[in-house]
Design a protein around this ligand. Structure first.
Ligand code: PGA
Length: 248
């Protein structure tokens, strides 16, 4: 049985005042029936860990090495030391803004696991790729290249985030999400075996809001969501958590 996960990615948003939203969320869900994760900017990690209540705290990115001459970067060990239990790797904004490759993302995911963090590995096609019929090829390549060979359902969560749905208010149709998550599950099965593949949690991400969460969470192979904009306000994210709880 896969435990559902509601993950919020604050991206480059939030200073100290934002911690009030985290405290409010913790108060709204004192014992959530699903796992809840908030990934604030790294500057807030340790303070978020202090006021998180039952909510897990994650980072948005890590360096593949443990330490060394990498000005401005943070290692997985440092993030764990600051109170993170998860880290997002391979978000499309990092793939685009920082030119991150599948091989680099795989190395980051391995570093995360080595430091005891759960890696939330993001994959997703652009609009041009979907329109040209290349979605499955792109996703299979990203899955093969970004997910470490020794990944397990305990160490790794997969987030499917169509690039064209992130921050746009546009989402794929429910049929498209169903088809794509089914494809991802099947691709994991061909690499890791059916039993392991059944254990991996597959999150959908891209313009998840209180208004569409219930429909998305009712779909097969959708084990939760990775939420950007709607995770910034406790009320909005709470409504998404409630929808996920209702779907379990
Ligand atoms: P969005 O972002 O919910 O604001 O579309 C999703 C994400 O980038 O994880």
């Amino acid at each position: 049985m896969r435990k559902k996960l509601a993950a919020g990615n604050w991206k480059m948003n939030g200073t100290s005042a934002a911690l009030e939203e985290l405290s409010a969320l913790a108060a709204l869900h004192p014992a959530p029936g699903v796992e809840v994760l908030i990934c604030p900017p790294a500057t807030l990690l340790s303070r978020a860990a202090d006021c998180r209540g039952p909510i897990a705290i994650g980072a948005q990115e890590c360096h593949p090495e443990n330490s060394g001459a990498h000005t401005g970067d943070l290692s997985a060990a440092m993030l764990a030391d600051a109170g993170a239990s998860h880290v997002i790797v391979g978000h499309s904004e990092r793939r685009t803004d920082h030119g991150e490759t599948d091989a680099l993302i795989q190395a980051k995911a391995s570093a995360a696991t080595a430091s005891g963090l759960i890696a939330v590995i993001c994959i997703g096609e652009t609009l041009a790729e979907r329109e040209s019929g290349a979605t499955n090829t792109v996703l299979a390549t990203q899955l093969l290249g970004s997910v470490p060979d020794d990944a397990t359902p305990t160490t790794t969560v997969i987030a499917y985030e169509p690039v064209w749905a992130i921050g746009t208010g546009v989402t794929p149709t429910l049929d498209q999400i169903t088809e794509t998550h089914g494809f991802i599950r099947a691709t994991l099965a061909s690499r890791f075996g059916t039993e392991a593949a059944e254990g991996f949690r597959l999150l959908y991400g891209g313009s998840v809001k209180p208004g569409n969460a219930t429909d998305i969470f009712a779909l097969p192979n959708v084990d939760g969501a990775l939420v950007g904009g709607a995770s910034l306000k406790a009320q909005d994210f709470s409504a998404i958590i409630t929808a996920l709880e209702a779907a379990t």
